[in-house]
Design a binder for this molecule. Structure first.
Ligand code: SAH
Length: 223
C-alpha cells in the first residue's frame, strides 16, 4: 500500500511497535486496540511533512484548522467503547479518518460525520484509497447525530463538548455506550462514558482529563 508516494515499510512498522509500547506504558491494556494501532499506517492520515512524527504520541494539524487526536486519546476512547464485531457505531468528527479506521479494524460498522466540508471530502477519498471504503462518511452537523441510521450500539465524540448532548444520548440503543469528552475549557475535558440503561435512564462514569478541539454546531462549507 502506498499513499502520497510513501510506502508503509519496515521502518514505519518498527516505529508503530514503539508507539504501542508507549501506549502500554501509559495504561492501555486492550490487546485488540493495540493490534489495530500496530496495523494501521498512521502516517497515511497526516501530511507528508509530518511523516517522521506520525508515530509519536502527539496530536497534529490536519486541514481546516483541525487536529488528528493523540494516539493515546484514540486508544483510550476506543478501549472505553468496548467494541465487539458487528457493533453499529457513530463517530462525531471524522477529521483525518484515523479513529474511524481503528473502529472499523475492530469489526465495527462505522458511520462517521464531519462538519468541515473540505475535510469530509479529503477523508472520503483517502478511506477509499487505503481500503476502508466500507466506512460510511457523512457531511453534516454531528450535534444532531445521524437519526436516519439510529439507534447505535456505540457513539464516540472526538471533539470537546461543553455539555452532554441529549440528542446523541437518545440515539443510543438500550444498553449502548456514548464516550464523550465534556468540560468548560478546551484543555480540560473529562472523558465520560454514558450507558443507556432504559428508555429514559442513563448511568455515567468519568475517566481522566483530555484536550480537544471544540465540538461546534452547524456546518462549514468553505473548502
Ligand atoms: N476523529 C478525528 C479527530 C478529529 S478532531 C481523527 O481521528 O482524526 C475533531 C473533529 O471534529 C474535527 O475535524 C472537527 O471539524 C469535527 N467536529 C467538531 N464539531 C463537529 C460537529 N458538530 N459535527 C461533526 N464534526 C464536528
Amino acid at each position: 500500500m502506498k499513499h502520497q508516494g510513501v510506502e508503509d515499510n519496515y521502518r514505519h512498522k518498527g516505529l508503530r511497535q514503539n508507539l504501542v509500547k508507549t501506549l502500554q506504558t501509559k495504561g492501555i491494556k486492550d490487546q485488540k486496540v493495540l493490534t489495530a494501532i500496530m496495523n494501521i499506517p498512521r502516517h497515511f492520515f497526516l501530511d507528508k511533512a509530518f511523516e517522521e512524527w506520525a508515530y509519536q504520541d502527539v496530536a497534529f494539524p490536519i486541514d481546516n484548522n483541525q487536529t488528528i487526536s493523540h494516539p493515546y486519546t484514540v486508544a483510550r476512547q476506543t478501549e472505553l467503547l468496548r467494541i465487539h464485531k458487528g457493533d453499529k457505531i457513530l463517530e462525531i468528527g471524522t477529521g483525518s479518518g484515523y479513529q474511524a479506521c481503528v473502529l472499523s479494524y475492530l469489526g465495527a460498522k462505522v458511520y462517521s460525520i464531519e462538519r468541515q466540508e473540505g475535510l469530509f471530502q479529503k477523508t472520503y477519498t483517502l478511506l477509499r484509497k487505503i481500503g476502508y471504503g466500507n466506512i460510511r462518511t457523512l457531511f453534516g452537523d454531528g450535534y444532531k447525530g445521524a437519526p436516519r441510521f439510529a439507534p447505535f450500539d456505540k457513539i464516540i465524540v472526538t471533539a470537546g463538548a461543553t455539555e452532554l448532548p441529549k440528542t446523541l444520548m437518545n440515539q443510543l440503543r438500550i444498553g449502548g455506550l456514548l464516550v464523550i469528552p465534556v468540560g468548560s475549557t478546551e484543555d480540560n475535558k473529562k472523558m465520560l462514558r454514558i450507558k443507556r440503561i432504559s428508555e429514559d435512564q442513563f448511568t455515567r462514569e468519568t475517566f481522566g482529563a483530555f484536550k480537544f478541539v471544540p465540538f461546534l454546531q452547524g456546518t462549514n462549507n468553505k473548502i
